[in-house]
Design a protein around this ligand. Structure first.
Ligand SMILES: [Zn+2]
Length: 456
C-alpha cells in the first residue's frame, strides 16, 4: 500500500453555488493550510492540517506551497480526433465539419496516427489541468481503442465510445448500423468499467444518424443500461431546421433521442443553445445533462447558451462544461470559464428577468464548481471524482496565482502574499479564469501521482 500526504491550500465544493444566491461561499470549502491523505490513489482523509496530521503520525508529506489546489477539471464534451485541427478558419458548424473535420478524422483508421494523437490529446488535457473527460472518437474502432488504451496507461478517468454516423458524411467515413452495433458491443465488453474507463453509446448527432443507426443505439443502451450516452443537440439553427425535415414524426430535436429511448440519467447532449422551453423542462425531469461549450459556441458562431435558464431552480438542468476541441479553440477549461462569463454577460444585454440575469453571472464559485463537482454530478461521476471527499479518487490540479500575465498582480495585491479566507481564494480564482490561462496550471495529479509539472 502506498500512502502519501499533500499539504497546501485546498479549494473545493460541497454544494451547487447557484443554490446559494448571495452567499455562494457556503457551497465552497477552503483550507488555507490543509492536508490530504492518499492511499493507493484514493483520498482517505482530508481537512485542516492541524486536525488531520495528528491522525497520521508517520505520514510522508509532500508540500505544495503557494498554490491553490483544486479537484482536477472535468471536460464534459471534447473530440479526441480533432486534436490536430484546432482553430480551423472560416466556417460554421455544418460546413466546418465537411471542409475541415471529416477529412482529418478519416485518418484515424490508421492506428499509428490515432495512437500518436491520443498521446498528444492527454498531454494537452493534463497541461490544462483536466483529469477527466467525455470524448468523441471517430467512426473507426481504432480511434476508440487508442484513446481507451492511452487513458488506461495514464490511469485517467474517461467516458468515450465509438462515434456513429451514417448520413451527410463522406461514404468512406460512414458506419453501417450493423457494424456500429457489433463494434460498439465489442468495445463495451473490452473497456466499460475496466479500470477508470466508462463506455458511452455515441451517435454523433441526430442529423448524421439514420433511423437504423439510432435503433442500434437504442438496442445497445437497452442491453447495457449502465452505459453512458453522449451526443450533440441544438447547436445551430440550420442544423435544427434540417433535423425537423428529417424527423417529421418528432416534435423537436430532443424528441428524436427520446423516441429511441436514449434520454435519461447518464445521457448528455452537447450545446443545447437553441432548446425550447419545453425541451429544457424535459431535460430537467429526465435527469439528462447538457454540456455548455463556450469557446466552441463563439468560435463557430453558433449562439449564446442560456446559462441563466438552465440554472433556473424551478426546472434546473444538470450542466457540465466542455472545451469541445477542435470547434473549441483551446483545451483549457479556464479559457471556457473566461468565454462562458462573457456569454452570460452578452445574454444580460437582452434578458429582462432579473433573476435570470443574476444567474447568468459566472462568479468564480459557479465557474469552478461547474468544471469540478458540478461536472461530476452532471455526468454521474460524483461517486469517484469532483471534490476531496474521502473515498474519491485523488485527481487534482495545483494553480499558481503568481504565474501568467502581469494583470494578475492587481488581484494579488488585494489578497496579500497568500489567500487566508474562502473569499480571498475565490478572488484569486476569478483572476485566474478571466486574466490567465494554462500558464497558471503548475501541476496536475491523477490518482495520487503527479503526471504534469509545468516546464518539465
Ligand atoms: Zn462537439
Amino acid at each position: 500500500m502506498t500512502t502519501l500526504g499533500i499539504r497546501g491550500a485546498f479549494f473545493d465544493f460541497v454544494d451547487d453555488p447557484w443554490k446559494h444566491v448571495g452567499r455562494e461561499q457556503e457551497a465552497a470549502r477552503f483550507h488555507a493550510d490543509g492536508l490530504m491523505v492518499i492511499e493507493d490513489g484514493r483520498i482517505v482523509d482530508f481537512g485542516a492540517y492541524d486536525n488531520i496530521a495528528p491522525r497520521h503520525r508517520a505520514l510522508e508529506v509532500t508540500p505544495i506551497a503557494d498554490r491553490l489546489i483544486l479537484p482536477g477539471f472535468i471536460d464534459g464534451h471534447i473530440h479526441f480526433p480533432q486534436t490536430r485541427v484546432v482553430g480551423a478558419f472560416g466556417e460554421q458548424l455544418l460546413s466546418w465539419l465537411q471542409v475541415w473535420v471529416f477529412p482529418e478524422e478519416l485518418k484515424y483508421k490508421d492506428r499509428a496516427y490515432a495512437a500518436d494523437a491520443a498521446r498528444r490529446f492527454f498531454d494537452n488535457l493534463l497541461a490544462a489541468g483536466t483529469t477527466t473527460c467525455q470524448a468523441f472518437t471517430t467512426s473507426a474502432a481504432e480511434s476508440a481503442e487508442c484513446l481507451f488504451d492511452e487513458a488506461a496507461r495514464r490511469n485517467m478517468r474517461l467516458i468515450s465510445g465509438l462515434t456513429g454516423i451514417d448520413r451527410y458524411v463522406p461514404a468512406d467515413y460512414a458506419n453501417t448500423p450493423e457494424e456500429f452495433y457489433r463494434e460498439s458491443k465489442r468495445l463495451i465488453g473490452r473497456y466499460h468499467r475496466q479500470g477508470r474507463s466508462l463506455y458511452a453509446v455515441t451517435p454523433r448527432y441526430a442529423l448524421g444518424s439514420s433511423r437504423a443507426l439510432l435503433e442500434a443505439c437504442q438496442r445497445l443502451k437497452s442491453e447495457h443500461p449502465d452505459c453512458w450516452v453522449n451526443t450533440h443537440i441544438s447547436e445551430t439553427r440550420d442544423e435544427i431546421a434540417a433535423v425537423q425535415v428529417e424527423f417529421t414524426d418528432c416534435a423537436d430535436y430532443l424528441g428524436v433521442y427520446e423516441k429511441y429511448g436514449l434520454v435519461g440519467p447518464r445521457f448528455t447532449g452537447g450545446h443545447g443553445i437553441w432548446l425550447t422551453e419545453d425541451e429544457f423542462g424535459r431535460f430537467s425531469r429526465s435527469g439528462a445533462a447538457i454540456v455548455f461549450c463556450p469557446c466552441s459556441n463563439l468560435f463557430l458562431g453558433s449562439g449564446l447558451f442560456r446559462i441563466g435558464r438552465a440554472t433556473d431552480p424551478r426546472s434546473r438542468v444538470r450542466l457540465a462544461w466542455g472545451s469541445d476541441v477542435g470547434a473549441g479553440n483551446r483545451f483549457s477549461l479556464l479559457g471556457a470559464l473566461d468565454e462562458g462569463y462573457k456569454i452570460g454577460m452578452c445574454n444580460n444585454a437582452a434578458v429582462t428577468d432579473a433573476a435570470e440575469a443574476e444567474r447568468n453571472k459566472i462568479s468564480p464559485y459557479r465557474g469552478f464548481w461547474s468544471i469540478t463537482l458540478g461536472g461530476a454530478e452532471a455526468l454521474y461521476l460524483d461517486e469517484w471524482v469532483g471534490n476531496f471527499e474521502p473515498g474519491k479518487e485523488a485527481d487534482f490540479v495545483a494553480l499558481d496565482w503568481t504565474a501568467g500575465p502581469s494583470a494578475l498582480a492587481w488581484r494579488q495585491s488585494l489578497v496579500g502574499d497568500r489567500p487566508r479566507t474562502v473569499e480571498q481564494a475565490a478572488d484569486l480564482l476569478f483572476g485566474l479564469m478571466m486574466v490567465s490561462d494554462d500558464r497558471s496550471v503548475d501541476e496536475t495529479w491523477v490518482m495520487g501521482k503527479r503526471l504534469y509539472k509545468k516546464g518539465e
